[in-house]
Design a protein around this ligand. Structure first.
Ligand code: SF4
Length: 354
């Protein structure tokens, strides 16, 4: 049986909760040098503004760990310190006010060091994310399970979890990332049959904007639609703002979160008599950032458009040199093609003001 997101443990990170059926939170990671305080704050504020709910920063050295003291007072969302191996950086980051630690306890070194980090995490009420990556599974597990596969990934997670559980630490979040989509889906699904720790879901190194968006969306969609996943990160070789846009639309497409207006537009066909693509882009641009829970349709023909987009609250359908505005499938106005967008805007504003 799978532990779906309703059944995962709840982990508190600053003022937000992950797991236990709480809203699936959107994360991203800064690509600034963390010790460049101004640039890091600017990027976090920009990401916050467009909907990032948890931000991670790399802590590769002491200067970065110390920079946290200047960054944290200037931001509102929870901040996660991403640390590899060095327990001293983890201790410093916790003391400097981070809200969550991303570190694999099996990589910290001696038991004393692990104990020190866990003790401090407990003291400051800081959860730990264990991040398993298909590219860095321990050699002995690769040998035991015959290479990189879902069983080896879950076994790697178990190894790190066991270390924390032995120290009676359960404020744990897990990720099992792979850039191979079927492998990631299998690993997350398998893990959810064995544990109820909340899952941070992502398809790692998914690529550049266009292909990476598709790859991430396919992977995240397949995992999330099984009821698994408590927080997500889209990773793209692009500006992190694109990750937030993609993550929001993945969640909205699955009906898991609502982030304002949804636009549906037809793919165009031989019946299209208006410049539908330009019109759809114009509507999308106009409504960008509006937070209303509305569905808008932009359709290419008056014959099929209103019927095909019956579920839309308001829509436009183009015809020969003219078009219509419809609401819930019913025609409310007929106007010339030239006036179509303007008439639509008037009708939309009327709805929003109502
Ligand atoms: Fe073609 Fe009309 Fe359907 Fe658009 S709405 S795809 S123009 S039939």
């Amino acid at each position: 049986m799978i532990n779906t997101r309703e059944n995962t443990r709840v982990v508190q990170i600053k003022d937000v909760k992950i797991g236990g059926g709480n809203p699936i939170l959107i994360q991203s990671m800064c690509n600034t040098k963390t010790d460049n305080v101004e640039a890091t704050i600017a990027q976090i504020l920009e990401l916050e503004e467009i909907g990032c709910e948890i931000i991670r920063v790399a802590i590769p050295d002491m200067a970065s760990a110390k920079a946290l003291t200047q960054i944290i007072p200037k931001i509102s969302i929870p901040i996660v310190a991403d640390i590899h191996f060095d327990y001293k950086l983890a201790l410093e980051a916790i003391e400097n006010g981070i809200d969550k630690l991303r570190i694999n306890p099996g990589n910290i070194g001696s038991k004393d060091r692990v104990m020190e980090v866990v003790k401090k995490a407990k003291q400051y009420k800081i959860p730990i994310r264990i991040g398993v990556n298909s590219g860095s599974i321990e050699k002995e597990l690769l040998r035991k399970y015959g290479g990189v596969n879902a069983t080896a990934m879950v076994a790697s997670a178990k190894k790190h979890i066991d270390i924390l559980e032995e120290l009676d630490f359960k404020e744990i979040i897990i990720s099992l990332k792979a850039s191979n989509v079927p492998l990631a889906i299998e690993a997350y699904s398998l893990f959810a049959t064995q544990y109820d720790y909340p899952l941070h879901v992502g398809i790692t190194e998914s690529g550049t904007l266009y292909k990476g968006t598709i790859k991430s969306s396919v992977g995240l969609g397949a995992i999330l639609s099984q009821g698994i996943g408590d927080t997500i990160r889209v990773s793209l070789s692009d500006n992190p703002t694109k990750e937030i846009e993609c993550a929001k639309y993945v969640l909205q497409s699955l009906g898991l979160r609502q982030f304002g207006i949804e636009i549906i537009s037809c793919p165009t066909c031989g019946r299209t008599d208006v410049d539908l693509i330009a019109l759809a882009n114009k509507v999308e641009q106009y409504t960008k950032g509006m937070q209303h829970n509305l569905k808008i349709a932009v359709m290419g023909c008056v014959v099929n458009g209103p019927g095909e987009a019956r579920e839309a609250d308001i829509g436009i359908a183009g015809g020969k040199q003219e078009g219509i505005i419809f609401k819930k499938g019913k025609v409310v106005r007929k106007v010339s093609e030239k006036m179509l967008f303007e008439a639509f805007v008037n009708e939309l504003q009327e709805m929003l003001d109502f």
